[in-house]
Design a binder for this molecule. Structure first.
Ligand SMILES: [Zn+2]
Length: 367
């Protein structure tokens, strides 16, 4: 049976988010028509978020100790929190029963959908077992997920490591590596080459708390760089010259003490920039919060911020037919209540959603 749905309101249409007052028709999950028409509806129909970098595996840790408190200030220690193999995250993941990890992941996926996210890219630790657990956790959800795994047995022999990577890539969309300073570069190059030979994604953290691993990461010719918080203009020029997109995680960088990423310089260098919420142990998966940070603390233009958090994420992750509200694309939209107490009286939906939008303004999410 064909399902058809018509939604009225103000539509953020196409790649430029043109504002159209009218209606859109969704037929069997595909946008078949968008048309202008006078309407009394206060609905705002916007593309869903694409959360371009997460680690939902650590959803069981919500409030870790961030570091030592000195004179009311917490001295953050990123390494002790997340660095493999002995960071807090890895110790807790090892010690937590599988069913608790699964439930934590399912809760985070539900939270993502409820807060307007239609797709995400997850760096999945734990080798093949970690990937299979995430796939199982995703069962029954419509959300799209790019699973980027990583080998567990990095100190095993060459043949064993290669066969683990090949096995991972049978089930994952690519590799999500910790960082070029965390592993022998020869090994990293080898497993990166395996991903490339199979046309899979190679993504890696780089420049998160020092810029010393950016050059090394670039030498791997990755598809996506995560963070670049400490990148200087020369680094950004090199990244732009080779056309590698970046995913920034503003709230994560602040809570770990990494600081403020040069997002404005990235954009001015011509780098495609998407946004992620990073570890669930550090942040909620709520993309509205990232937008508010990017608008108010980074001072970026609101339309640009919204594109980074939605359409650019879809483009960087190669999510075909996901992203812009346009005929023949999949309908992945959130319908916001333009008459909520928070949004009533707004003049420009894009500025308003970016600066003050909240999950409780969402009436429904169609994915
Ligand atoms: Zn990360």
């Amino acid at each position: 049976m064909v399902s058809e749905q018509t939604i009225h309101g103000t539509i953020l249409y196409g790649p430029e988010l043109e504002l159209i007052e009218g209606y859109m028709v969704i037929r069997d999950g595909i946008i078949t028509e968008v048309a202008g028409e006078r309407t009394d509806s206060k609905n705002i129909i916007a593309p869903c978020f694409v959360n371009a970098h997460t680690h939902i595996g650590d959803s069981v840790i919500k409030d870790p100790v961030l570091g030592k408190c000195v004179d009311h200030y917490v001295e953050r220690d990123l390494g002790s929190l997340v660095q493999p193999p002995h960071g807090l995250k890895h110790r807790v993941l090892e010690a937590t029963p599988r069913d608790e990890l699964m439930e934590g992941m399912r809760r985070s996926v539900t939270d993502m959908i409820q807060t307007g996210t239609c797709a995400f890219a997850d760096f999945r630790e734990g080798g093949i077992e970690g990937i299979l657990a995430l796939k199982e956790a995703l069962q029954g959800f419509e959300i799209e997920c790019r699973i980027l795994g990583r080998p567990k047995r990095i100190n095993a022999g060459y043949d064993e490591l290669c066969s683990e990577v090949e096995r991972i890539l049978m089930d994952a969309d690519g590799l999500g590596m910790s960082g070029a300073n965390d592993m022998d570069m020869h090994i990293l190059g080898t497993i990166g080459d395996i991903a490339k030979s199979k046309q899979k994604i190679l993504a890696i953290h780089a420049g998160e708390d020092c810029r010393g691993d950016i050059e090394k990461a670039l030498s791997l010719d990755p598809d996506i760089l995560i963070h670049l918080t400490k990148a200087d203009r020369n680094d950004l020029k090199k990244v732009a010259d080779v056309g590698i997109p970046a995913v920034v995680c503003p709230r994560s960088n602040f809570i770990t003490g990494a600081g403020m990423a040069p997002v404005r310089d990235m954009l001015n260098s011509g780098i495609d920039v998407a946004v992620g919420t990073d570890n669930v142990m550090l942040n909620s998966v709520n993309m509205f919060s990232e937008m508010e940070f990017l608008s108010k603390i980074f001072g970026l233009e609101d339309r640009q911020v919204f594109i980074m958090c939605t359409l650019m994420g879809a483009a960087i992750l190669g999510l075909d037919k996901t992203g812009a509200i346009i005929e023949r694309n999949r309908a992945k939209v959130m319908i916001l209540n333009g008459n909520s107490c928070n949004l009533a009286g707004i003049k420009n939906p894009i500025n308003s959603i970016v600066r003050r939008g909240r999950p409780d303004d969402i009436l429904s999410v169609i994915i």
